[in-house]
Design a protein around this ligand. Sequence first.
Ligand code: PBG
Length: 335
Amino acid sequence: MPHPAAPFPMTRPRRLRQSDWMRRLVRETTLSVDDLIWPVFVVDGVNQRQPIPSMPGVERVSVDLIAEKANEAAGLGIPCIALFPYTDPAAKTPGAEEAWNPDNLVNRATREIKKQVPDIGIMLDVALDPYNSDGHDGIVRDGRIVNDESLIALQQQALSHAEAGADILGPSDMMDGRVAIIRQALEQNDFPDVTILSYAAKYASAFYGPFRDAVGANGALKGDKKTYQMDPGNSDEAMREVAIDLSEGADMVMVKPGMPYLDICTRVKREFGVPTYAYQVSGEYAMIQAAAQNGWIDGQAAMLESLAGFKRAGCDGILTYFAKDVATLIAEEGL
Ligand code: PBG
């Protein structure tokens, strides 16, 4: 049958979608195992594997099992893991002193991994919430989160993590001036190579719920974090936060949460051109897993699509609880 004379599409975007090889050939961004940072939860005890109900597929492990996790990640080519502690409630205080105990969970876990799996990067969060009986990232006085006193605590925490062997510190507390005070302490104490990946644009989000279960901060948290974490309506403010953190000595910056803030990722990468990461947080992970478990979405496809979105938005990498799953998929099937 002859084609009608007009209209006749000379331009057919579908030509470039006609086969798998063609789609691969024209794909603009790809996900690689090199883009992944894997968050892992650590708990006291021996031979502990504790599933986290609100994060299906994620477990807390004790320090004796942590090297096994790091080994799995390294074997899959994941460049870096991020450790988070479930601190015994008895060790939590208003001053959060456990944060700089040289033998706290993440410091012990870091030393263990450095001994057994020296070639994987280790990132540790700098924030008081896993150690603070108030559940806040800073010190609470008379119901207020006091900025400058918190900085002193955060500086001590950062140094104890550097001494334990952390390669990357992730200040996730959103106090003003924290990057500067941490950078200064690192320089003065002979840790010039310790890298700062600041949680520069961290929003006061409902998507952190399962994480607070995972680190046992949920019951402890009094009030909310809106006086220090950012308002979800703001975008220019995120650029100011990034500019401040870079001027204070951050090497890399993060946007958190991820999926609801892809516009922020794009702006940060365009406006600053620095290594930019997104944290696909616990609530984002939980949503995908819960829908998949109910048979409402294809979990694997949704995982890959969500991670592709971060790369398309301009991110250089993603902190994601899917890191091991996606790395396994890349190893087994390619992408
Ligand atoms: C602590 C911290 C939080 C997360 C990472 N570091 C929680 C919070 O700010 O309440 C959230 C990570 C996640 O939800 O996966 N400052």
